[in-house]
Design a protein around this ligand. Structure first.
Ligand code: 13P
Length: 249
């Protein structure tokens, strides 16, 4: 089964409105045939970036959401409102949200369901810390995150979504998992998805994230179970991000 690679920029807490619009325009100019490209700006820039991306194939996404649609939830943003502003995908359960904001697999699961209910694509992030890897617990941790995050989903829903394997020790550190380390975990995740969703597992895309840059993207994306990248730091520079898109062609 050939899966269309999905290269996605997670801009985290960066870029003013004008910077975000300029970056979005530059990314759109570098989008390539045969590769899905997405950007996830800060919430305050979503509307402006949606305007900048209008008429281009680049997908707009959010970095987080709440699981309720509307109501007395001060400070939160819901999937239907993200759809309303033009989002097509939502990053859920990023390790920074798990570590800094106390997100749990149960909370991730509620968000994944809310994102799907709003007709949006969830990118569900999983990954182990360096201590967990050293203890030999990588797949124990990742399996629990995948099973917990996808609990109760139908096989077709699992087939339609995106997982992002982001080893916590490789995020923003300059350390990247080797291609073999990454492919091994991706293959193990795919095997787990087969248990959960049968043949639909072949359709689900699994991105790699953690210090992806132009110099290592091609080797990572060449691996049979690596179907794209979730890019942090290198997504903030159009030139680098476009080079990563080109590595996926
Ligand atoms: P870096 O590419 O900066 O390591 O960040 C990865 C990431 O967290 C993407 O979600």
């Amino acid at each position: 089964m050939s899966r269309v690679p999905f290269i996605c920029g997670n801009w985290k807490l960066n870029k003013t409105l004008s910077e975000a619009v300029a970056l979005a325009r530059a990314v759109a100019a570098g989008a390539a045939e045969g590769v899905d490209v997405g950007v996830a700006p800060v919430a305050t820039a979503l509307h402006s970036v949606a305007g900048a991306l209008g008429g281009t194939p680049v997908l707009l996404g959010a970095q987080n959401c709440y699981h309720q649609d509307a109501g007395a939830f001060t400070g939160e943003i819901s999937p239907p409102l993200l759809a309303d502003v033009g989002c097509k995908f939502v990053i859920v359960g990023h390790s920074e949200r798990r570590q800094l904001f106390g997100e749990t697999d149960e909370g991730v699961n509620l968000k994944v369901k809310a994102v799907l209910d709003a007709g949006l694509l969830p990118i569900v992030c999983v990954g182990e810390t360096i201590d967990q890897r050293k203890a030999g617990d990588t797949m124990k941790v990742v399996s629990a995150q995948v099973k917990g995050g996808l609990k109760g989903l139908a096989p077709e829903q699992i087939g339609s979504l995106v997982l992002a394997y982001e080893p916590v020790w490789a995020i923003g550190t300059g350390l990247t998992a080797t291609t073999d380390q990454a492919q091994q975990v991706h293959a193990d995740i795919r095997a787990l998805l087969r248990e959960l969703a049968g043949d639909e597992a072949e359709r689900a895309r699994i991105q790699y994230g953690g210090s992806v840059k132009p110099s290592n993207a091609a080797a990572l994306l060449d691996q049979p179970d690596i179907d794209g990248a979730l890019v942090g730091g290198a997504a903030l520079k159009a030139e680098d991000f476009v080079a990563i898109i080109e590595a996926a062609v």
